[in-house]
Design a protein around this ligand. Structure first.
Ligand SMILES: [Zn+2]
Length: 139
């Protein structure tokens, strides 16, 4: 039901391989559970992370995502109708207290937060400068 693809716009990403409706469990996942934090790991709860997943670790971030992760049942769930071929996104801040690396977001959503952090951390100095530059009024 999922495919990893390498995409000019999104890099390594995950796309749906068929249509599904809101609430669909798109995938039940497993992997290596431990304390390791990496670019492709996901937080299960504070201090516990899952890595080596087949697809989940490669999901793109979106500020208005079409999927969410259920870290109790290890399920990827559709938040709305998703069409075959659509890029699958989650909000990284929903699972991660601290991101492996914060980054500027260009997801295009009207709700885009522009700079993505974990839910329990402040923007890095780089992020603060980035956000300050966005709000500066042009002369
Ligand atoms: Zn965004």
């Amino acid at each position: 039901m999922l495919g990893i693809s390498r995409d000019d716009d999104f890099g390594l990403c995950v796309r749906a391989r068929r249509d599904c409706i809101e609430g669909t469990v798109i995938e039940r996942f497993d992997g290596n559970v431990g304390t390791l934090v990496s670019q492709h790991s996901l937080q299960i709860r504070p201090g516990l992370h899952i890595s080596g997943t087949r697809h989940i670790g490669f999901l793109s971030h979106g500020c208005d995502p079409n999927c969410r992760l259920d870290m109790t049942h290890f399920e990827l769930v559709a938040l709305r109708r998703i069409r075959n071929g659509e890029l699958l996104t989650i909000d990284y801040s929903e699972t991660e207290d601290r991101l492996f690396a914060q980054f500027a977001c260009i997801c295009g959503s009207t709700r885009c937060r522009r700079w993505i952090t974990g839910r329990n951390e402040a923007a890095t100095p780089t992020g603060q400068r980035f956000l300050a530059a966005l709000t500066r009024v042009p002369a």
